[in-house]
Design a protein around this ligand. Structure first.
Ligand code: ATP
Ligand code: MG
Length: 409
């Protein structure tokens, strides 16, 4: 039997809709895939009419092709990933590749063939190819039968200018847009369950994400910072985070806790976090802030408190989880791979100097008056300036200015 070259086809519906921007989006997805698949036996990745094709090295096993396919499916912008073969543009080669592809598709009882020609100079029409390849497959798999609607496996044949691609094993991708086509955002990243998911969702909408974390250091241990690093390493596997700023907020919280009305402390801490994050965003050229808040989930996440924290900054604050239930957020966290890390307990600034009864319906004038007792703008500047920066691999990231960096641990 001929050994055909293994390929992964990358489908990207949403990018296809983007008219004029399409070329830029395809190019970004291609560069992201090249970078993120560097640990796999990839020779090259090319664009062919409405798809990307990942060419795998000769002799790549089915197992490692499938591992590569699974990785591809996790990359933002990928609607579907298919594992198959490249073969010569002859009907006999197509037959042979189709038998091989269907043989690797896992258990099935019904199938159909979906053929396309991008060049009408191929002498056999798509309809005829469907019929011809279908009957060869029926002979090769006598227990299987053809079903047009609701079949177990679809065998795709795509004939292009000088080759054909044949695949039967497809998995759904996470969809969205390639990281790097929607600008940059600063994401308030705790070590909890929600904010990593919020960050991931914005990366899936094409944003380059910068994390900003506030620890209770030096008053508490900075365990939460290490968990945030673990979370960032997971997000970085699919290019969903570019760098993380870690700010030590404990001393400022202690100052606030000494005199501010206890019920307003949490809002004052949060306003300080937002202000510092806004400064970091400005340094990075990021155009908005992101949080993992979900309406009503905890005391600080009421509409009044959201308004009272938003008032501290002028940048737009995006809350991708605002209408999402915890169970759905947890399901996303499990899919992304951050859930287990986030389930570990770590003291951070949220657990420090907490009042017994935090305000749930903060009045803006009372909040502003309480805050006026502190040099919060100078504190926010200091938090941004003394933040520790860690870089993660994200090929779409462009720095806005030179900063001192520490390599990821
Ligand atoms: P999470 O699971 O993301 O921590 P949460 O349900 O625990 O969210 P809060 O602790 O009230 O809710 O935080 C709301 C949002 O504020 C978080 O999603 C995050 O965006 C931001 N935030 C909270 N704590 C921190 C922190 N220590 N550093 C950076 N951002 C934080
Ligand atoms: Mg939290």
């Amino acid at each position: 039997m001929t050994e055909f070259q293994r390929v992964i086809l990358i489908h990207y519906h949403e990018i296809g809709l983007k008219g004029k921007n399409r070329g830029r989006f395809e190019q970004r997805l291609l560069l992201n895939c090249k970078d993120l698949l560097r640990a796999f036996p990839v020779i090259d990745i090319h664009r062919i009419s409405g798809r990307l094709v990942v060419f795998l090295k000769e002799g790549t096993s089915l197992t490692s092709a499938c591992a590569c396919e699974e990785m591809v499916a996790r990359i933002p912008g990928v609607a579907r990933a298919s594992c198959g073969f490249k073969c010569p543009r002859t009907i006999d080669a197509i037959y042979e590749a189709a038998v091989a592809a269907l043989g690797e598709a896992g258990p099935f009882e019904t199938f159909k063939v979906q053929a396309r020609r991008n060049h009408t100079d191929f002498p056999i029409t798509s309809m005829d190819m469907n019929r011809l390849v279908g009957s060869v497959l029926c002979e090769a798999f006598p227990d299987a039968c053809v079903r047009m609607k609701g079949c177990d496996v679809q065998v795709d044949v795509e004939v292009i200018q000088n080759a054909a691609f044949v695949y039967a094993k497809s998995i759904r991708g996470i969809g969205g847009l390639p990281v790097g086509v929607s600008g940059k955002l600063a994401c308030l990243l705790s070590s909890g369950i929600d904010s990593p998911v919020a960050t991931w969702r914005m990366a899936r909408r094409g944003a380059v994400c910068i994390g900003v974390h506030f620890s209770g250091a030096p008053v508490t241990a900075d365990t939460s910072s290490y968990l945030v690093d673990d979370i960032a390493q997971v997000l970085a596997q699919t290019g969903c985070i570019a760098r993380v700023y870690r700010c030590a907020m404990g001393e400022y919280q202690r100052d606030i806790s000494v005199e501010a009305p206890p019920a307003l402390r949490v809002i004052l801490y949060r306003r300080l976090m937002f202000k510092a994050a806004e400064r970091i965003a400005a340094l990075e050229g990021a155009k908005g802030l992101v949080t993992g808040e979900s309406l009503g989930q905890v005391a600080s996440q009421t509409l009044e408190n959201i308004a009272a924290t938003d008032d501290a900054v002028s940048m737009p604050i995006l809350r991708p989880l605002i209408g999402t239930d915890k169970q759905d957020i947890i399901a996303d966290a499990q899919q992304v791979g951050t859930f287990e890390i986030s389930s570990q307990d770590a003291p951070d600034c949220c657990t420090l100097f907490m009042p017994r009864r935090p305000e749930t319906h903060a009045r803006l004038d009372a909040v502003r008056a309480a805050e006026a007792a502190y040099p919060v703008d100078a504190w926010a500047d200091a938090l941004a300036e003394t933040a520790q920066v860690t870089d993660y691999r994200c090929s779409a990231y462009r720095p806005a200015r030179k900063t001192e960096t520490h390599p990821a641990s």
